[in-house]
Design a protein around this ligand. Structure first.
Ligand SMILES: Cc1ncc(COP(=O)(O)O)c(C=O)c1O
Length: 462
């Protein structure tokens, strides 16, 4: 077991933050490391256990970001640590593109079992979420012989050039990078909270389907030219917005009708994060391709997986092209990453993970209504383990001060939370306890109460 300070169940801070050692390391980091990372906390991590992070000065924080929804089963889960140590002593790497090893297959079998659909599947391993999406783009184009791709406004699929062509979350993520993939069309996401078509009596999902069929397919891209539609069944970085289940079923039917592949990006919404193994299960859809990453290894080593199901394999079979789809990586599903993945999936079988997930969801449901009544709050929502608290935006001056204010406030309380723009995300690891979760809600309430001091202008609802 690691150091004693981390055994505490609530944050423990001594002295001003950042502490002396953290200050030194942040200064060195500024000299050597790319400034492209959007670090907001001067927190220098030393070790983690469960839901706690200890910094280099011995301060202990409660982690409600879980490494951006990665460390789902908690920091340094002993079973994952043990599996990594055992595997590292035996075989760390031998490129899976060139040779065989059983860990790759064992993890694929486990992923096949828990992903939607009973048909046998095929798994391709990448090194990250963005690479799982890259593989899906290439696979969809290759398998269908079509070029065009459809994605959603507000979606996030990664930042490499292919996945970035789909990402439409913030203009700044594309800024300065020149032309991206051609043939990509973005349609509105069926956000039931802020329907891009104005809402009213109409179902937002129906409006988006109508737009796809009457505008996109009629005026921009013939469906027979479309290789794939990429969808996050719950938009993650876009604000944890779930797509209506009927909408996803309609989308799946349209895809089936036109021979378009439905790609579900479950990099963030998967592995229990939204309350089921995969968010696609809420709609009962069986995507043709699924992109997975983040929680699949318990967060301990980067691994992405692109799981293709029946219809993709049928296309391959009919063209006898499975073996000529050339794609791979040196580190493709390394033995170490696969060992961590196998251990992580076993945790779901040996511990009451879904009971914990349900308990977290219950506390979100209990605490969010009170926050919604707060005058500073525009909207609240939660699905499974995640909650989003949307703060009303005021003038630009207010918005630019909001994020640093919230980061500072949360840090002083020993809580690591992710405020992005005007949204506070609560993303705990599944080992979080009820008292820890109530503590963070108390801290958020306090932060909201302190917001009027920030107001510089008139403000207004977002
Ligand atoms: C839905 C989704 N897809 C893809 C990615 C990219 O994953 P990575 O950061 O591992 O490249 C993310 C990352 O947040 C994501 O949320």
């Amino acid at each position: 077991m690691i150091g004693t300070a981390i055994d505490t169940k609530l944050p423990r801070l001594h002295g001003a933050l950042p502490g002396p050692k953290a200050k030194e390391i942040v200064a060195l980091d500024e000299r050597h490391i790319s400034p492209s990372y959007t670090r907001s906390y001067p927190l220098v991590a030393k070790r983690g256990q469960g839901a706690m992070i200890e910094d280099v000065d011995g301060n202990v924080f409660l982690d409600f970001a879980a490494g951006i929804a990665v460390v789902s089963t908690g920091h340094c889960h002993p079973k994952v640590v043990e599996a990594i140590q055992r595997q590292a002593a035996e075989l760390i790497h031998i490129s899976g593109t060139d040779f065989y090893y059983s860990q790759m297959i064992e993890l694929a079998e486990k992923l096949e079992k828990v992903t939607p659909g009973k048909e046998p599947k095929r798994v391709f391993y990448a090194n990250s979420g963005t690479e799982a999406v890259e593989a899906a783009i290439k696979l969809a184009r290759y398998a269908t012989g079509r070029e065009k791709l459809i994605a959603f406004q507000g979606c996030f699929h990664g930042r490499t050039m292919g996945s970035l062509s789909l990402t439409a979350s913030k203009a700044v993520q594309r800024k300065g990078f020149g032309s991206l993939l051609s043939g990509v069309f973005h349609i509105p996401y069926p956000n039931q909270y802020r329907c891009p078509f104005g809402g009213g009596a109409h179902d937002c999902g129906d409006d988006v389907i109508e737009h796809l069929e009457k505008v996109v397919f009629k005026k921009l891209a013939d469906p027979s030219d479309v290789a794939a539609i990429f969808v996050e069944p719950v938009q993650g970085e876009g604000g944890y917005v779930p797509a209506p289940p009927k909408f996803l079923r309609d989308l799946a039917n349209i895809c089936a009708r036109h021979g378009i592949l439905l790609v579900a990006d479950e990099v963030q919404s998967g592995m229990g994060r939204t309350g089921k193994w995969w968010a696609s299960e809420y709609a009962g859809i069986e995507p043709d391709i699924m992109c997975l990453s983040k929680g699949i290894t318990g967060g301990f080593l980067p691994l992405g997986a692109t799981v293709c199901t029946r219809s993709v394999r049928e296309v391959f079979r009919s063209h006898d092209r499975m073996r000529t789809f050339f794609h791979g990586h040196s580190y493709t599903g390394s033995p170490l990453a696969c060992a961590a993945g196998i251990a992580s999936l076993k945790i779901f079988g040996s511990e009451p993970v879904f009971e914990r997930i349900a308990a977290i969801g219950k506390i979100h449901a209990e605490r969010l209504p009170a926050l919604k009544k707060h005058p500073a709050v525009g909207d609240v929502r939660s699905i499974g383990t995640v909650a989003a608290i949307e703060i009303k935006t005021g003038d630009a001056g207010y918005l630019s001060k909001l994020r640093p204010f919230l980061y500072g406030f949360f840090l002083e309380k020993g809580v690591l939370l992710r405020p992005l723009g005007n949204i506070i995300y609560v993303l705990p690891p599944y080992v979080i306890t009820a008292s820890e979760l109530h503590y963070v809600y108390d801290v958020i309430q306090e932060a909201l109460n302190a917001l009027p001091a920030l107001q510089t202008g008139r403000g207004g609802a977002s």
